[in-house]
Design a protein around this ligand. Structure first.
Ligand code: AHR
Length: 505
């Protein structure tokens, strides 16, 4: 099979917002307790946070991390989470049927964020919570001092404001599973008032409004338009969530490997909803998108360990990722980059133990799952200007996509400061290698700085503690060439690849 991809220096999608490569820490399962936080573990620091976990998260280079949920946030009272730890209440946590000991609260989470070089995206409870409570939280976090809430923060040890810029107005409020689920009208009202009051406490904050929680919702797109019509004045971003899985029937993974194109359709549909509302309002404003939950999730089951109900840190939604998932996560990141003009924020859901790139064993080690690697490289090198690319590749029919899906997908990001193009490519064929040509008009490519691939003959291969079967490997220099403005190489079947090409332009 032959695939030819062409870019031109003058044809660009847009600048990548660093926040596209964010993470997500929810109070769910073993994400916080026995995940990022495990006092008594040999790797725990003075605050109880595991250094080995923090080191792996730091490497992922996530500029933002959404917190504290997820479904969890809809039953959450932030007042429980501050002050002396021994005085904090233990609560029944109804979203995931666990105990919440409140030993990690806002002030502790902000400390962890500093440790891993990320900034919190704080979600407020609009399920059972109120606009007043949301406003108080902004005041607690961002007011310098001199008010009861901000002085309480100072008394609790945080003299300087936390300075949290990004806030989510609730979580998946369209879903019947959500605690305090609402109709579009009910949600739009409370979101509007909460957002208005939160911006009174700190006008510099940015707000993410809940869009449809999945593309399969019967109210998909209509919910988004209805909510935006009411919240247009206070909304900065509209949220969308997307999880993908593989069915038993999809033995060759063809439908699963088409997930990036399915995500792309969802992104385009939500952009259309945003622009429809702007048109109704005769406004030139563009509401941008926050994909503040995305990943592969089909094996991890919230009901998996019924015997652990109403325990803290019970294992929930723990998913072991394989080689096939590398292709999909790599492709989803490509789809996100291809919409960098409107998609500004992304949160891989989640960061540790729960549908996550990093896994831990209580009292034991921490390790990288297979999907860690495409995220690591794309987050590290996929920042700059996305080049619009034209792909000429054989394609296959997918039941989930209106158009044929190219066996080869790639995205190129021009990293101006480094003088490089970062090229990411997947070959979705499990049988055929791809003779791949990348034509760069308007650039003078000089050399390949780094070439890596992720490939394993067994699509089911996984990484476990102390045994890493799926890891990046250097592509030998003889496998590719750069000459006359063109890179040529061979992409192995079912592989993810990255080339960093030094260019002049
Ligand atoms: O990430 C796990 C869950 O998925 C989140 O709590 C919820 O928002 C979504 O349904």
């Amino acid at each position: 099979m032959k695939a030819v991809v062409s870019v031109h220096a003058k044809f660009t999608v847009g600048k990548v917002d660093d926040r596209l490569f964010g993470g997500f820490v929810e109070h769910i399962g073993r994400c916080v307790y026995d995940g990022i936080y495990e006092p008594g573990h040999p790797e725990a620091d003075a605050d109880g946070f595991r250094n080995d976990v923090a080191a792996l998260v730091r490497e992922l280079n996530m500029p933002v991390t959404r917190y504290p949920g997820g479904n969890f946030v809809s039953g959450y009272d932030w007042h429980d989470t501050v002050g002396p730890k021994e005085q904090r209440p233990v609560r029944a946590e109804y979203a995931w049927e666990a105990l919440e000991p409140n030993q990690v609260g806002i002030d502790e989470f902000v400390k962890w964020c500093r440790k891993v070089n990320t900034a919190p995206i704080m979600a407020v409870n609009l399920g059972t919570g109120s606009a007043k409570s949301a406003q108080e939280l902004v005041e607690y976090c961002n007011f310098p001092g001199g008010t009861a809430w901000s002085d309480l923060r100072r008394k609790n040890g945080a003299e300087q404001p936390h300075g949290i810029r990004l806030w989510c107005l609730g979580n998946e409020m369209d879903g019947s599973w959500q605690i305090g689920h609402k109709t579009a009208e009910e949600y739009a009202r409370i979101a509007h008032e909460s957002g208005k009051m939160m911006k009174m406490a700190d006008p510099s904050i940015e707000l993410i409004v809940c869009g449809s929680s999945t593309r399969s919702m019967p109210t998909f797109a209509a919910w988004d338009a209805r909510v935006l019509e009411e919240t247009f004045e206070i909304a900065d971003y509209l949220a969308l969530h997307a999880y993908f899985g593989c069915t038993k029937e999809d033995v060759k993974k063809m439908e699963f490997f088409a997930s990036p194109e399915v995500l792309e359709k969802q992104i385009c549909d939500i952009i259309a909803a945003c622009d429809f509302v702007a048109a109704e309002k005769k406004s030139a404003r563009k509401i941008n998108l926050a994909l503040d939950e995305w990943n592969i999730w089909y094996r991890g089951n919230p009901k998996a360990h019924p015997e652990t109900r109403w325990q803290a840190a019970r294992p929930v939604n723990e998913e072991t990722y394989d080689m096939a998932d590398v292709i999909v996560v790599g492709g989803l990141l490509m789809a996100m980059l291809d919409h960098a003009d409107r998609l500004k924020i992304g949160c891989l859901a989640q960061t540790v133990n729960v549908i996550a790139p990093v896994m831990t064993r209580p009292g034991g080690g921490a390790w990288r799952q297979t999907i860690y690697y495409p995220f690591y490289y794309t987050s590290r090198y996929g920042r700059g200007t996305v080049l619009r690319s034209h792909t000429d590749s054989p394609a296959y029919e997918s039941a989930n996509c209106a158009r044929p899906v190219s066996w080869v997908r790639s995205v190129a990001v021009y990293r101006e400061e480094a003088g490089e193009i970062a090229l990411f490519a997947i070959n979705r064929s499990t049988e055929e290698a791809a003779e791949y040509t990348f034509e760069m008009s308007g650039f003078s490519p000089e050399s390949v700085v780094e070439a890596v691939e992720i490939h394993h003959d067994d699509l089911d291969a996984v990484n476990t503690e102390g045994c890493e079967k799926v890891a990046p490997a250097v592509i030998p220099a003889g496998v590719y060439s750069v000459a006359g403005g063109v890179l040529q190489t061979t992409l192995k079947p079912a592989s993810w690849n990255m080339f960093r090409i030094r260019v002049r332009n």
